[in-house]
Design a protein around this ligand. Sequence first.
Ligand code: GDP
Length: 420
Amino acid sequence: MDVQWYPGHMTKARRMMEENIRLVDLVIELVDARIPLSSRNPDIDALCTGKGRVVLLCKADLADPAKTEEFTEYFRGRGILAVAVDARERKAGEVVRRYIQEAGREKIARDRARGIVGRPLRAMVAGIPNVGKSTFINSFAGRASTKTGNKPGVTRGKQWIRLGGDVELLDTPGILWPKFDNQVIGMRLALVGAIRDEVLDKQELAVWLIDYLEQEYPGVLQQKYLQEKAAQEELQEGEAADSSDQEEDAEGTVFSDPEEEAMLPPGYALLLKIAAARRLLMKGGEPDADRAASMLIDDCKNGRIGRISLDRPQDALKMEEERQAYTSARESETEKEAGKKKAAADRRKKSGEAYSDHSRKNTGNTAGKTGGRTGGKTIGRTGGKTTGRNSGNAFGKSSGKSAGRGRGTKGRNDAGSRRR
Ligand code: GDP
């Protein structure tokens, strides 16, 4: 299950975030308390350099309180101000206000040293989609706040929400996309509703969840999906003997033979049992694993399985190392890119006129070479794993050269069918 994409709207959101971050003194970084590590964007450290920072573990009401406590301590241990909140509650705002003053203390001291007193602290909220940014801004701002409107000259077009205690909050939150080329992180993000699960295989996702819950919260699934049902049936016994017969039939169809169950991966076997217990059956009466998977995923997203966390505090250090490796790889990539650009610019500068002559000559050569290759290797490759651009080039050329034409057409068909 490989998922990785970064469409245009994500790049745009990041650019907006980069622009807005210049206007603020501190960033309130929202993470999902159920996955406080997986829901952090690794770019945020680089983006927030020199800014104060508060990490809010939102949706703490849905997370495992013991794990949330450990995670909060973990952040604090690393010198990051962190607090767990239910972003829908107004008191979240009150709690956070104190942390904001604390995070902005350095800035206030700097201002004072320069003789500036009373300049409000400017903050922005940032985090991945659906983490609770708008909800938090609403409860934080509350009724007491006033929108300050545009500030000509300084923050044109930006809306600031003035809060008590000399804090101004940018009313446009910074959206950061989670990084999820790591499969497990992708699954955790999908299970809290931070990314759309259509991009993932539902059954695989549900089985991963089952395996995880069986390990971290043993018995929770049985109690919710198997025993609750059994208890209900007991209550209804006698009242609806007919329907309970039907249910027995439904469950009976799962594993009449224990050996059959033993042959399946345990997570998948439990998924089928859950399907049967919830009477999610296919036409022939077989448990419908797909529907059970969808139900389970949905219940998880909405906190119906109970207060669970999908990140584990004991993985924090390892995940932090991965995050840092990613950040330094990205930094060196950016440096390399900048180095390459500079070298290219220097070369261009040196060669001057000669460069354009040379480049004209090159164009001629390339055309010649490609024409020669078109009837051979290039077309062959086009039929394989090629990009649209390659195949387009190859065809443009080959249709002009009769030798390559027939194979070129085949190539196009192949490439087309692969893309479909
Ligand atoms: P945004 O995309 O980051 O702005 O997220 P929203 O503020 O729109 O919140 C997404 C959903 O999560 C909404 O349905 C909110 O009601 C819900 N939500 C936000 N914060 C919390 C929280 O702390 N606890 C719970 N249970 N739900 C929350």
